[in-house]
Design a protein around this ligand. Structure first.
Ligand SMILES: Cc1ncc(COP(=O)(O)O)c(C=O)c1O
Length: 379
């Protein structure tokens, strides 16, 4: 007998929860948007679709004779190849850290580090808007944890004053659903005053800022103020995977205690080669970072004045606040019908009442396309 026939209860419960999401207008479904102008992906520099980069990666793979299709095991067993170690040495150098450790994704890197470094007697204080992977990570740890108000250092200081044990402060350099920056200089000073360990997720600044795509911390030259930094390769780098950088002790600790590294098959060689080539490409094409800044400036120019509550950022992530899930979805669908792939971000990804359009800009978006998008939005 099929499972759903002999155990109806669980399926009814799942259906009820799905139904509630539909009623609230926050039901998610997988969708294909072919042929629309991309104002939604994280491929800010167009590297995921860059043919030259693809053929460079293919050529390099053709010259390598080791295991090609899969890595064959965890990094601690048979999944560790010379390429991993060479790439990690290169990433440590790029991000100006003692050492780097590659993880299968940013999600895994965040859950891995957050779940294993803090102990029961410690305190994790995180910006209320940090990514779901950071939240999942600290839930797996036994440490006490408290949010601080988004980008509010006064609130952070209040929490730091009360914190026990080793203190960890967790932020993103560019917030994924808001596109705004953390004040990294001020955070670094505050954490130093309170002897707190600062962890930053650079998912949305990797590639976009800093020499060779080394991110915002390196651009600001404050690498030494951080206990750990997480860089991801699935966004502006156009590939997949992530790394944590820090000192040798931290990296050695992660090799020993990070479940997300130990108990999973390592990334395949083709991903590693594509990451390596993407960083070469960014270094050779310095104009990419200037191009994305120009695109951002153009968007800001054509979006002002606006009838919407807009949040214009110096990152490729721009926000149009709508404040209602159905209205945000309707507006996104209207833009999609007109050829623009813009998506609504609704609860629980953002708080209820904070529903929005998240417009991602790319080097391949043309100025006329952006002007058109702005006029459909404002019209
Ligand atoms: C801030 C932030 N950190 C981590 C991640 C996860 O990275 P990945 O897509 O590599 O798993 C994301 C992706 O959405 C993100 O926005």
């Amino acid at each position: 007998m099929p499972h759903e026939k002999h155990n109806k209860v669980i399926y009814e419960r799942l259906q009820e929860k799905l139904q509630r999401r539909k009623e609230k207008g926050i039901y998610r479904k997988l969708q294909l948007h072919q042929g629309l102008a991309d104002f939604c992906s994280n491929d800010y520099l167009g590297l995921a679709r860059n043919k030259e980069l693809y053929s460079r990666t293919k050529n390099e793979l053709g010259q390598i004779s080791s295991v090609l299709n899969g890595s064959t095991g965890s990094r601690l067993l048979t999944g560790n190849h010379a390429y991993n170690e060479a790439l990690e040495a290169r990433l440590a150098n790029l991000f100006d850290a003692e050492a780097a450790l590659i993880f299968n994704s940013g999600y895994v890197a965040n859950t891995a580090i957050m779940s294993c470094v803090a102990e029961r007697t410690d305190t994790i204080i995180y910006d209320e808007l940090v990514h779901a992977s950071i939240k999942e990570g600290y839930r797996l740890s036994f440490a006490k944890r408290y949010p601080f108000l988004h980008n509010d250092l006064t609130d952070l200081e209040k929490k730091l004053k009360k914190a026990d044990g080793e203190k960890f402060v967790v932020v993103e350099s560019i917030y994924s659903m808001d596109g705004d920056r953390a004040n990294l200089n001020a955070l670094a000073e505050l954490c130093q005053d309170y002897n707190a360990n600062l962890i930053v997720d650079e998912a949305h600044s990797t590639g976009i800022f800093g020499k060779g795509g080394s991110g915002l911390v390196c651009e600001l030259g404050i690498q030494d103020s951080f206990f750990a930094r997480v860089y991801t390769f699935g966004k502006a780098i156009g590939s997949h995977g992530a790394c944590v950088v820090g000192n040798h002790v931290l990296i050695d600790y992660l090799v020993n205690f990070a479940q997300g590294l130990i108990y999973t098959t390592a990334l395949p060689l083709h991903t590693l080669v594509s990451i390596s080539n993407a960083f070469d490409y960014i270094t050779e094409n310095e104009h990419l970072q200037k191009d994305i800044k120009q695109i951002v400036r153009h968007f800001q120019k054509v979006m002002q004045p606006s009838k919407f509550d807009i949040k214009l950022n110096d990152s490729p992530i721009q926000i149009v606040r709508i404040g209602d899930a159905r209205k945000a979805k309707d507006l996104a669908e209207r833009l999609q019908r007109n050829g623009f792939d813009v998506r609504a971000i609704v609860s629980p990804t953002v708080k209820l009442g904070e529903e929005r359009l998240r417009i991602c800009l790319h080097t391949f978006n043309t100025e006329s396309e952006i002007t058109q998008l702005a006029s459909y939005l404002q019209g």
